[in-house]
Structures are given as structure tokens and as C-alpha cells.
Design a protein around this ligand. Structure first.
Ligand code: GAP
Length: 439
């Protein structure tokens, strides 16, 4: 975050930029919006895809001990009974007796309604899972839940993965996908939403080695934070105390980020023991033990779980990247996103829109670049200064301009987002140059 920008303003500035420039829109906006739901526009979806593909590449494709799955969002209610979510996935809810508004009881600072000052009723536990029915009959047998975490889609496929790929411990199963939580008070833009995406790993290990693997994944979390370009000094580890951890977890570290509305959880790293597999084994009556062919032992592996939210990653990245400065005597806003994460890598444009020879050459350069790098944009609207500002605002690291010199000597100017400096380079070197800069 730029120090010149007041903390309290920065969230509203980022929210407004996201809407104006096509990153994030309110869900069902033309019908007045639906609380806790957000839609992602053209740049938002690309930014999210870049986050998810960086994660998948780093933790699945680049490793030989990780297996990906994509499980169904709707899962049998029996799975959620086994995981403990039916009984315990709840937050305390307090309702105002006067205005009937509902609040997270543990978020309230006083015992009066923060909206109207009315008296609050006794708090009760509110289960956050979204429930629906499969099939034509709406009876209790047809009840299914939209998963509130992707993790259980991994545990229920543990045996399938073992049977089809025969991995040896330690190994992980990874999944990226939607999860749904009927949060009592969704808030702070995309920080607390009701429809979210998670990137989760269940890393299966021998119990005796849990501390070693926990440390290993703790380091990987920091490598990830660096890989996407988050400022390390804005992220802090919080050792979750005994009485606040899930009952099955022997150790949890929250990775917290300095959001403008306070230091809050960005990611979680938990040692879940053998709780989930053991419970699914008991409830499903299916043997979920691992057979160690070296020792002849059969046992339920323990698990380390790094759990990351896509929306919180995106919000932290946007907040870190949002910068205001002055260039050429004018104020400007730019997103200092890491080139590999930025939704547009390069913009190509002809200096003048009404010169067919410039436009023709620029289209040629644009098409050649787009063939090699998919996230390349074309812009010929307004003057060149305006085009640069528009690209700065969405975080495009490079702007390439085709001018009259290009027609003479086949060189183009490449403008750098952060410094505004321009360099002339031969068209023949352009693709390689941009490719190297966006890794
Ligand atoms: N499987 C473990 C699990 O789901 P969690 O701490 O409840 O643990 C993991 O969630 C991560 O998912 C969080 O650290 C956060 O990044 C993201 N997350 C959870 N609830 C969220 C919500 N309502 N809105 C946005 N992200 C959320």
C-alpha cells in the first residue's frame, strides 16, 4: 500500500476502481444486489484465473507428490454429518428485537443493536451451510448441502485416488473450487462473501512426522505469498491458541493480512490429525486406511491442510498494488501488480488512429504477440497519454506503441508502467522480451 494513501480511503478507492474498470460488480446488481454475492468482470475473472493457475502450477503441476481433483459442489448430507459440519458449522447469531436485523454475536462490541440501539434477543447458533434438495421430492432424504469447504471433496475421494494412482506417503490431494457459506454478516467487499473459491491441499503424512511437514508447509505459504507479489510485511502469522482451534486440530497458524478494516485472516494452515478420514471411515463403513507395502502396516494417515481463499488473495493483491503518484505533472493511479498476475500483460496501440499504415502495422504486431501471449490488449481510443493511464489503472505492465519510426526501422516503443520510461526495441525481439518479463 502506498503510504501517501490514507488507510481509510483505500478500500473505497479499490472498490470504485474494481467496479469502474470491470474487475468486480455487485451480484444481481440490476435487481438491487444480493448480499454477499459478487460478480467478476473481464479483468476480475482474468486476475482470479491468474491467481488460481499460479497456485495450481506451483503446488500441483510442478510437483510429483500432488494429485488434483475436482469434486462436485453438492455433496451427500452424510458427508457433512461425518465431517461435523451439520452439528457444528455455525456462528452465534443475535437478532434485534426492534428492527429485526441479525448480527454475528461475537462481532458485537455492545449488547445493544448497532443499527437502532434496540435490545438484542438471546444469541443462538446458526448453521452456515446452504441446503437444497436433489430430485423431485423435497423430503429429508433428498437434502444435500452446497459444500462450505472444498476439503471434504478431497477426503471423500482419498480411496479413489489411492486405488487409481497408488501414491506413497507423503502425498497430497489438491482442489480449487467454489464453496458456500451463509455468512450472517457478509462484509468488507470481497473479504467475507457467501459464495467463495478455495484453493486447498490435504497433505497426507505419517503421524510421527507431522511437525516436520507442518514446518515445510509453513515455508511454502511464504513462498506462495512471494510468488504472487504480496508485500511480506503486510502478512503476519498468528498461532491460534488451544481454545480457539477446531477440536481436531493440534496446531493451526492463521496467516493474517493488514486489511484497511483491521488485521484479518488471509489463509489458514492446520494440522487436522486423522479426524476427517477416521470419521468418514466410521460413517461410510468404507476402509480408508493406507497400506504401507514397505512395512506391511495399515493405518489412517494424518493430514496437514494449507487452505487459501481466492477472493481474499485478490483483495490483498489489489490493496497492495493500488498506488497514487504524479507523472508528467499529473496525478495518476496505477496497480503495481506483478506482471505474471496482471490481467493484461501488454497493450498494443498505433500512435494515431486515423493513419491506416500505422494501424495496419500495429494490428500485425498485436496479432503476432497475442499468438504467443494470450493476455494482450488492443487500444486505439483517445490520445496516447489517456491510453497509458487506462492501462496503468488496470495494472498493465507494458504499453507498446507503433509510430512513424516503426515504419522506417521496424522498432516499437515499450513503456514501463511503474516508471513511465520508454525504450525502443526491434519488433523481432518484442515477444521474447515481454515473455521474459512476465514469468
Ligand atoms: N478447509 C479449511 C477451511 O475451510 P477456513 O479458515 O474456514 O478453513 C479457509 O477457510 C480460507 O477460506 C480462509 O482463510 C479464507 O481465505 C477463505 N474464506 C473462508 N470463509 C470465507 C468467506 N466467507 N469469504 C471469503 N473467503 C473466505
Amino acid at each position: 500500500m502506498n503510504n501517501n494513501t490514507a488507510q481509510e480511503d483505500i478500500l473505497s478507492k479499490v472498490v470504485s476502481l474494481c467496479k469502474r474498470r470491470g474487475f468486480v460488480y455487485q451480484g444481481s446488481e440490476i435487481y438491487g444486489g444480493l448480499a454477499g454475492m459478487w460478480d467478476y468482470g473481464p479483468y476480475g475473472v482474468t486476475l482470479k484465473n491468474n491467481i488460481k493457475s499460479t497456485w495450481w502450477k506451483m503446488f500441483v503441476d510442478n510437483r510429483d507428490d500432488m494429485f488434483g481433483v475436482d469434486a462436485a459442489i453438492l455433496m451427500s448430507s452424510k458427508a457433512w454429518e461425518a465431517s461435523g459440519h451439520v452439528a457444528g458449522f455455525s456462528d452465534p447469531l443475535a437478532e434485534c428485537m426492534k428492527c429485526k436485523k441479525r448480527f454475528r454475536a461475537d462481532h458485537l462490541k455492545e449488547d445493544k443493536c448497532p443499527e437502532c440501539g434496540g435490545a438484542l434477543g438471546a444469541s443462538r447458533q446458526f448453521n452456515m451451510m446452504f441446503k437444497t434438495h436433489v430430485g423431485a421430492v423435497e423430503d429429508s432424504a433428498a437434502v444435500v448441502y452446497l459444500r462450505p469447504e472444498t476439503a471434504q471433496g478431497i477426503f471423500v475421494n482419498f480411496k479413489n485416488v489411492i486405488d487409481s494412482l497408488h501414491p506413497r506417503l507423503p502425498f497430497g490431494i489438491a482442489q480449487v473450487g467454489k464453496a458456500f457459506r451463509n455468512e450472517i454478516t457478509p462484509r468488507d467487499f470481497i473479504f467475507r462473501v457467501r459464495e467463495l473459491e478455495q484453493m486447498e491441499i490435504e497433505y497426507f503424512i505419517k503421524e510421527s512426522e507431522w511437525e516436520k511437514h507442518f514446518e515445510y508447509w509453513r515455508e511454502r505459504m511464504w513462498q506462495w505469498i512471494e510468488a504472487i507479489g504480496l508485500e511480506k510485511e503486510h502478512v503476519h502469522e498468528l498461532e491460534v491458541p488451544d481454545d480457539e482451534r477446531a477440536h481436531y486440530s493440534k496446531r493451526t497458524i492463521d496467516f493474517e493480512y493488514d486489511f484497511p478494516f483491521g488485521r484479518k485472516e488471509l489463509y489458514g494452515l492446520a494440522y487436522r490429525g486423522d479426524f476427517d478420514l477416521k470419521s468418514h471411515k466410521e460413517h461410510s463403513k468404507v476402509d480408508l486406511q493406507y497400506f504401507d507395502d514397505a512395512t506391511g502396516e495399515k493405518f489412517i494417515p494424518h493430514v496437514i491442510e494449507p487452505s487459501l481463499g481466492v477472493e481474499r488473495t485478490m483483495l490483498a493483491l489489489l490493496l497492495d498494488a493500488y498506488t497514487e503518484d504524479e507523472m508528467g505533472g499529473e496525478k495518476r493511479v496505477f496497480l503495481k501488480l506483478k506482471p505474471s498476475i496482471a490481467p493484461v500483460k501488454a497493450m498494443v496501440s498505433p500512435l494515431l488512429k486515423n493513419k491506416p499504415e500505422l494501424v495496419g502495422k500495429a494490428r500485425e504486431v498485436y496479432m503476432a504477440l497475442k499468438k504467443e501471449i494470450s493476455q494482450v490488449a488492443w487500444d486505439d481510443n483517445g490520445n496516447i497519454g489517456k491510453r497509458y493511464r487506462r492501462q496503468d489503472e488496470i495494472g498493465t505492465p507494458f504499453c507498446i506503441t507503433i509510430d512513424f519510426d516503426t515504419l522506417e526501422n521496424d522498432t516499437v516503443t515499450v513503456r514501463d508502467r511503474d516508471t513511465g520510461t520508454q525504450e525502443r526495441i526491434p519488433v523481432s525481439e518484442l515477444t521474447d522480451r515481454i515473455k521474459r518479463s512476465i514469468i
